[in-house]
Design a protein around this ligand. Structure first.
Ligand SMILES: [Zn+2]
Length: 406
């Protein structure tokens, strides 16, 4: 029973209005006391008490004492399993989150260059089936599946957007949620990978508690996601938040999207390596550049500083349109910390913005490379009408994923 790629929100599984308000408050604000829930939802303490009892009965919430005094309510999930899949151009990655046994199982399939980029729907279906079997689960245990694509998703059709198809050729014209949902028999949510990472950072990371949050993923490529009032903002065609294609310099380098001077053409891995190559530096990867800068290499430090400056310009432009309270930088450039933030914080545009928007905070994202898969869990749970106020330890990635050679 594929339910289409549109997350249906709280109406999806028919929860009553008051219950939905309590779940929404716990989802957006994290664990809360019953008194705080009553204030936030404007429901009576007695109603809150009944709803909390109902959610506990379903295994959807728990109540714990904090500091031996105040009781705090959190959303939890104690049955079923959710699968999160990440489709990259060069690899497939999936994890099953088994709430009944509080266990996570991961699998990664590297795709060889000779093969089709981004795998295929069939490869994802096979991967999910073997992951479920290896985790000792049956298909009936799986309540939801989320897919994060390394490409923008066109709305309302739910296919990879036409100008990014060359990156993922086997997904051309595939209505992903219908194809996977029809084959696997579970509700499927499909999103751009950076949108999912943004949702994870909003739910459990740098954006928690904010009503306007911008997340920017900067590694091999640049992606972004905008969360408004707890929802991924897609805009009319699904391109909202694609900050990587914000034009910074009209005469700049040509971008794969067909424009010139996009943010991506300055701060993605390839242009950073190219800038360093011109200086005679020979490093094979962005991670290598960051290591060299940490080791004191001045040219590597310089290119990262300049990448920070470009990010500062782009963030200042974006901030004027959407006024986020927090912008989080994820991916390798985020992990480079002060090497990138030095340039970012000293950019003219960010400094002039700070005089009009003093509360804007630009931070390093907190969930690292796992953000997209975790965001898939958040999106799938939202689709099913539940959520998790806090991220349990067992859900975090541990050690390298079990790999298959494809
Ligand atoms: Zn572009």
């Amino acid at each position: 029973m594929a339910r289409g790629h549109e997350a249906s929100g709280w109406g999806g599984n028919g929860r009553g209005g008051s219950v939905a308000r309590v779940v929404e408050a716990l989802r957006s604000d994290g664990p809360s006391s019953q008194a705080a829930l009553a204030r936030r939802t404007r429901l009576s303490p007695a109603t809150i008490n009944n709803i909390v009892k109902e959610l506990r009965g379903e295994g959807a919430a728990e109540v714990r004492r904090v500091n031996g005094r105040e009781s705090v309510v959190s959303l939890v999930s104690s049955h079923g399993a959710v699968i999160s899949v990440q489709v990259n151009v060069t690899s497939l990655h999936a994890a099953v989150f088994d709430f009944a046994h509080r266990a996570r199982h991961d699998v990664t399939i590297p795709l060889r260059e000779a093969e089709s980029e981004g795998g295929s729907p069939e490869a994802v279906i096979d991967m999910v089936r073997s992951l479920v079997a290896d985790a000792g689960l049956g298909t009936a245990d799986v309540t939801g599946l989320a897919v994060g694509m390394q490409a923008p998703i066109a709305r309302p059709t739910g296919v990879v957007t036409s100008w990014a198809r060359l990156q993922l050729p086997r997904w051309k014209d595939v209505v992903i949620a219908d194809r996977l949902g029809g084959e696997l028999g579970v509700p499927v949510v499909v999103e751009n990978d950076a949108n999912l990472a943004a949702l994870a950072e909003w739910t459990w990371g740098a954006g928690q508690g904010t009503d306007t949050f911008l997340y920017v993923l900067c590694s091999e490529r640049v992606g972004g996601g905008l969360i408004l009032e707890g929802r991924i903002h897609h805009g009319g065609d699904g391109l909202a938040g694609e900050i990587g294609h914000m034009v910074l310099e009209q005469g700049g380098p040509v971008c794969f999207c067909g424009n010139r001077g996009c943010l991506t053409t300055f701060v993605a891995e390839r242009p950073i390596l190219a800038a360093l190559e011109a200086a005679g530096g020979a490093t094979g990867s962005l991670a290598g550049v960051i290591d060299a800068a940490r080791g004191g290499d001045p040219a590597s430090s310089r290119v990262l500083f300049e990448a920070g400056r470009h990010l500062g310009r782009a963030f200042a432009n974006a901030a004027k349109l959407v006024a986020p309270s927090v912008i989080a930088v994820g991916g390798l450039l985020g992990s480079a910390g002060s090497l990138v933030f030095g340039g970012l914080d000293s950019s003219v545009e960010i400094n002039s913005l700070r005089t009009v928007a003093p509360s804007l905070s630009v931070e390093v994202a907190r969930l690292g490379a796992d953000a997209t898969l975790l965001g898939g869990v958040a999106a799938a749970m939202d689709h099913l009408g539940n959520g998790l106020s806090a991220l349990p330890e067992w859900m975090k990635a541990t050690g390298p994923a079990r790999s298959f050679t494809s």
